[in-house]
Design a protein around this ligand. Structure first.
Ligand SMILES: Nc1nc2c(c(=O)[nH]1)N[C@H]1C(S)=C(S)[C@@H](COP(=O)(O)O)O[C@H]1N2
Ligand SMILES: [Mo]
Length: 420
């Protein structure tokens, strides 16, 4: 009636308060989801910054995909080699938690969507600023989740550029997130306390439907659904960072490569030798040489020369930025610090590692002196009692405790020691 008597005057569609009918919306529902996201997104931010530090971005431009990080790299620290499972944990948490929070994020956005349509667009300067910050907040959240998920699902669809995008995106998003938390967290916690005391939720006419439809599910039921969806995502992806038989439960996410099959080399492969363009002719005993350069010049070694050096064992995992990791594998080979000494570096130095690969993002890497100094850091020649398989880096590959998988260069052909 109002509509026909005042055509065009009243807001229509989503701008009309009567448009939003769900009885679930309200401050309690939004507060619960908000508090979960407060903890979850803070953890994602911290583990993400940590993951960036793990790349040795200060060491050499080869690792760093964000050359203009500037002040955003203020917090960087030298990545340790202990505990050896450190990156398995931080990156496994980052990726698995990120996936698990997807339903919570979507539910949270759904719960506040009427606010996006409230009129007038700005009631005051503060309200205007708050709404502008929401664009960064919602846009930032969608951007971070979408780029992160594409990176783990689609095998680096934007190689190289993912790092700066996700890194800068993280700062923009977290800035908006902090502002939002400062504005909203007090009310959210107040609401949860009120509910606990049985006082009912604080009313918010922008959230609570003016003319609600009859409920088909309780608020608790809806939260249970969101939580269940989160747990399902976690349960169907965590297996790839736990490894062992549980890897088969990670049905929702690629494991990081083709099925590794059976035998000593039967653990996850990221890029196969064929994919990386490694020609079998270049890896034969006759053709392959390791060139080691340092303070006292250059030494060229055959694989037999390396095998004649003192061999060491190290039980270490591979832990990829994509969140998957393997359990410890039994690596055997020459210590990086022994190779440094061959080239005149008795005090371990940084090392620039190059592979046979002529192109590709991960054909080379830089390791810190601290990583070289660790006795478990090897140029591995064998794993689990057999020669490296072609896909795991035959004739020789780097393996370093606690380092991201990407620093464990395969098909190594040159090591250059010295300050990077
Ligand atoms: N030369 C070279 N080394 C490389 C890569 C590569 O693409 N080329 N991928 C890296 C990445 S991202 C990971 S996670 C590990 C995976 O090692 P794996 O395939 O033996 O499990 O190798 C690293 N070493
Ligand atoms: Mo990786």
């Amino acid at each position: 009636m109002a509509r026909s008597s005042l055509p065009g005057r009243l807001p229509r569609g989503p701008f009309s308060p009567g448009f939003w009918r769900s009885p679930l919306r309200g401050t309690w529902f939004t507060s619960v989801l908000g508090v979960v996201l407060l903890a979850g997104i803070t953890t994602l931010f911290v583990t993400g910054l940590v993951s960036y530090a793990a790349y040795n971005p200060d060491l050499s431009p080869v690792n760093d995909r964000t050359p203009d990080k500037g002040v955003l790299g203020f917090y960087l620290f030298s990545w340790p080699t202990d505990p050896p499972w450190l990156y398995r944990l931080t990156q496994g948490v980052h990726v698995t938690l990120g996936l698990g929070l997807v339903p919570v994020l979507l539910a949270k956005l759904w719960s506040v969507v009427p606010k996006l349509f409230t009129l007038p667009p700005a009631r005051s300067v503060t309200h205007a600023l708050e709404r502008i910050s929401l664009i960064l907040l919602v846009g930032g959240a969608l951007f971070q989740f979408v780029t992160g998920i594409l990176n783990i699902q689609l095998d680096y669809i934007f190689p190289g550029s993912f790092y700066p995008l996700h890194f800068y995106g993280a700062w923009v998003f977290f800035g908006a997130f902090l502002a939002h938390v400062v504005l909203k967290a007090p009310a959210a916690f107040r609401n949860l306390r009120r509910m606990r005391r049985g006082e009912g939720e604080e009313p918010d006419p922008e959230l609570t439907a003016a003319r609600p439809d009859p409920p088909t599910v309780t608020r608790r039921g809806a939260l249970g659904l969101v939580g269940g969806a989160s747990l399902l995502l976690v349960a169907t992806s965590a297996g790839r960072s736990i490894d062992g038989p549980l890897r088969h439960t990670a049905v929702l996410t690629p494991h990081g490569g083709p099925d590794p099959g059976h035998g000593p080399g039967a653990f996850q492969v990221n890029k196969t030798a064929e994919y990386a363009g490694i020609r079998p002719d270049d890896t034969t005993e006759e053709a392959w040489r390791l060139t080691v350069t340092g303070r006292t010049g250059t030494v060229r070694l055959t694989r037999a020369d390396l095998l004649a050096m003192e061999q060491h064992d190290a039980a270490l995992p591979i832990a990829c930025v994509e969140g998957w990791s393997t359990s410890d594998q039994a690596w055997r080979g020459v210590r990086l610090r022994d190779l440094a000494a061959l080239a005149g570096h008795d005090e371990p130095a940084d090392v620039y590692v190059e592979s046979l690969q002529s192109h590709g993002t991960w054909r080379h890497a830089a390791l810190s002196a601290g990583q070289v100094a660790d006795g478990r850091s090897l140029l591995a020649l064998a794993v689990n009692g057999a020669d490296l398989t072609p896909d795991h880096g035959h004739p020789a590959r780097v393996i370093v405790p606690a380092a991201p998988g990407v620093l464990n260069t395969k098909w190594v052909t040159r090591l250059t020691f010295g300050e990077l």
